[in-house]
Design a protein around this ligand. Structure first.
Ligand SMILES: [Zn+2]
Length: 347
C-alpha cells in the first residue's frame, strides 16, 4: 500500500500533462490550422411574414394536449444560411414550409456551443450546470433529471429517439425515458473523430419506426449530424459553392421525408419542433467550427415549430433568448410542454 501512492502520483503527473497537451493541441488546430478553413461573415437574419393561411393552435397551455410530437435537432445549423432566413442561394424547402406554417424563433440562442450540453438543455429545459451534461464525452445527464421523454412516457406516449453521432450515445444519459434509443451510428465512418450516421440512414430507421401501428400518441426525437464538419455532402448536393450549404440542403431533404412520414403516422395531430444545437463560426474571431468561443455565430440557432395541419399561434414562448428572464435563471423550452399542457420540469 505504501508504494502505491507515490507510484500513482508519479503516473498522474504525466497523465495531467498529456491531457493538457491534447486540449491545447485541439484549440490550436481549431483556431489556426484546420484544412477546411474558410470565412463566412454572419448575415442579418430576415424573418419572412408567416402565411397565416392555416387555422391557429391558440397560444394557451394545453391547446395541443394529446398530440403526437416530432422533435428534430439539426447539428451545427447557423440560421443565416437557411432559405427562410434570407439565404436565396440554397434550397431548404422543408424548413421553409415549416417556417411558413409555424412560428419562427428568430432570437433563439443555445445554452452551449457544444452538442451534448445543448441537447441536454433541449430535452430538460435546464442550463448545463443544472442538468449535469456539461461537456462532450466526459459527463452525462445528472441522476434523477427528468426529460421530455420521461414526462411524455408517463403520459402514455410511445417514445423513440434516433441519433446520428457518438457524442449522443446512450451512455451520456439522453436516452432516459425513451422506450427505444437508436444510437447505432457506425455506418458512415468517423468524419470528425467519432462515428456518425448520415441523415438518410437515420431517417430510414425513424420512418420504419413511425410506420408501426400504435394506438397512443408518439414522441419521436431525431438528430441529424450532417452539417457538422467535415463538410462532405452527397454528390447530388455538391453543386453548392459552399459544401456546408450542400450538407444543409441534403439534411433538409431528409427532414422532408421524416415530416411527411410523421404527419401520416399522427393522422394530422402532430406538433413539430425543429431546432439546431449550436451554430458554426467559419472564421469568426479566428474560430473555424464551434465549442471553444462564446459568440453569436456559434450560439445563435435556427428554431421553429409547427402543427401538422394548423399553425402555432405566436405567443408560445421559446425559452431561449425570446424569454426576457433572468439570464442565469432556468430556461424552459415550452414550445413542446406548454402546448401539451404540463408544467415546467424540476431537477
Ligand atoms: Zn452539435
Amino acid at each position: 500500500m505504501r508504494g502505491i501512492r507515490p507510484r500513482m502520483s508519479r503516473l498522474l503527473g504525466p497523465a495531467f500533462v498529456a491531457v493538457c497537451g491534447l486540449l491545447v493541441l485541439f484549440i490550436v488546430v481549431d483556431l489556426f490550422v484546420p484544412p477546411w478553413r474558410s470565412e463566412l461573415p454572419l448575415a442579418e437574419l430576415e424573418v419572412p411574414p408567416s402565411s397565416r393561411s392555416l387555422p391557429a393552435i391558440p397560444a394557451e397551455p394545453g391547446a395541443a394536449a394529446g398530440r403526437s410530437v416530432l422533435l428534430v435537432t439539426l447539428d451545427t445549423v447557423r440560421p443565416d444560411r437557411l432559405g427562410y432566413h434570407g439565404n436565396s442561394n440554397i434550397d431548404t424547402p422543408a424548413l421553409d414550409r415549416l417556417a411558413r406554417e409555424g412560428v419562427i424563433f428568430s432570437q433563439a440562442v443555445a445554452t452551449a456551443p457544444s452538442t451534448l450540453p445543448s441537447h441536454a438543455s433541449i430535452l430538460t429545459g435546464l442550463y448545463p450546470q443544472r442538468h449535469g451534461a456539461r461537456a462532450n464525452g466526459s459527463s452525462r445527464l445528472g441522476d434523477g433529471v427528468e426529460t421530455l421523454a420521461t414526462r411524455l412516457s408517463q403520459q402514455g406516449y410511445d417514445t423513440a429517439a434516433f441519433v446520428s453521432a457518438f457524442v449522443l450515445d446512450e451512455q451520456f444519459g439522453l436516452s432516459r425515458g425513451f422506450a427505444a434509443y437508436d444510437d447505432d451510428v457506425k455506418q458512415s465512418g468517423a468524419e470528425f473523430g467519432y462515428p456518425e450516421r448520415r441523415a438518410d440512414l437515420t431517417a430510414d430507421r425513424a420512418i420504419r419506426w413511425l410506420e408501426r401501428s400504435r394506438s397512443t400518441p408518439f414522441f419521436l426525437w431525431v438528430h441529424f449530424f450532417d452539417p457538422h464538419a467535415l463538410y462532405q455532402p452527397p454528390a447530388e448536393f455538391a453543386r453548392y459553392p459552399l459544401a456546408y450549404d450542400g450538407e444543409l440542403a441534403f439534411t433538409d431533404s431528409q427532414l422532408a421525408r421524416l415530416v411527411g412520414a410523421a404527419r401520416t403516422a399522427a393522422a394530422g395531430e402532430l406538433l413539430i419542433a425543429v431546432t439546431a444545437d449550436h451554430g458554426e463560426a467559419f472564421g469568426d474571431q479566428g474560430e473555424q467550427t464551434h465549442s471553444i468561443l462564446l459568440q453569436e455565430s456559434t450560439l445563435r440557432i435556427a428554431a421553429l415549430g409547427a402543427g401538422a395541419t394548423r399553425r402555432i399561434a405566436a405567443g408560445f414562448r421559446c425559452g431561449y433568448s425570446d424569454t426576457p428572464s433572468d439570464p442565469l435563471g432556468e430556461r424552459e423550452w415550452p414550445l413542446i410542454p406548454t402546448p401539451l399542457g404540463f408544467p415546467p420540469s424540476t431537477p
